[in-house]
Design a protein around this ligand. Structure first.
Ligand SMILES: [Zn+2]
Ligand SMILES: [Zn+2]
Length: 244
């Protein structure tokens, strides 16, 4: 039966639309090779790859931090990223954000469910980083909300799409320093007054497309903690590495 379906609907690579016989994670061989998936030793707080081998024993595992996470106070506990920002992932992020390619949200969310599997429990509440309403009107969808939806379905955990609200529309963060980004985002996110009850006493997993300085996730995690979340973890599609 699957064979017959394949003839009718031959599998297509999710990013270049090439028709291929064998795919890896929905990608053709070439796109897969050009996608900087993260594996091996990682920072437990932001998911960035770390130099060195995977520790042999359980001790120390899940406790390692990169220099940036050691130097910056993070208001969330653990973090994971599917890939480094670059190559095919950069194309995916931009297509989701500006290219009206909403269909990429589903595979991205499925990858994120896998990357964050160690952080998810039966009680986890998944919530996307919000867009300001004026941006949402313009773009018509929040790319992080699409990923959060696919992630929660894949991991079979609860989802709250409107847990967080952005107070002000913020200027573009491009070219801003970590300190400037933190200043812009600080206090700019709050928990929807009618959704407070959903995150009180519960672990929250925040979902975003890209983590650069972490300022946006920081503001979101702070808001969740003020509203009584028992812990906050984060997962992103792409992590911008400092020297990348
Ligand atoms: Zn492809
Ligand atoms: Zn880190």
């Amino acid at each position: 039966m699957q064979k017959a379906l394949d003839v009718l609907y031959p599998p297509q690579c999710i990013t270049c639309n090439a028709t291929v016989e064998t795919m890896n994670s929905g990608l053709c061989a070439q796109c897969w090779a050009e996608t900087p998936f993260i594996s091996g030793l990682i920072c437990d707080c932001c998911g960035v790859p770390l130099p060195g081998e995977e520790p042999d024993n359980e001790l120390g595992e899940g406790r390692l931090k990169c220099d940036e996470c050691l130097n910056v106070q993070r208001s969330w506990q653990r973090g994971r990223a599917v890939a480094l920002y670059g190559g095919n992932i950069r194309n995916m992020v931009l297509s989701l954000k500006h290219g009206d390619k909403a269909d990429l949200g589903k595979p991205a969310g499925q990858w994120m469910a896998d990357a964050a599997k160690d952080l998810i429990t039966g009680k986890t509440l998944v919530a996307p980083v919000p867009l300001h309403w004026s941006r949402l009107l313009k773009r018509r969808y929040n790319q992080s909300a699409l990923m959060a939806s696919a992630l929660s379905k894949t991991a079979e955990v609860a989802l709250c799409q409107d847990l967080l609200i952005r107070r002000h529309r913020t200027p573009s963060m491009d070219g801003k320093t970590t300190v400037e980004r933190a200043k812009i985002m600080s206090g700019n996110v709050f928990v929807h007054p009618r959704r407070k009850i959903r995150c009180a006493g519960r672990p929250v997993l925040l979902v975003d497309d890209v983590m650069t300085s972490g300022a946006t996730l920081q503001a979101c995690a702070e808001a969740c903690k003020i509203s009584g979340a028992s812990r906050v973890d984060v997962v992103v599609l792409a992590r911008v590495a400092k020297d990348a």
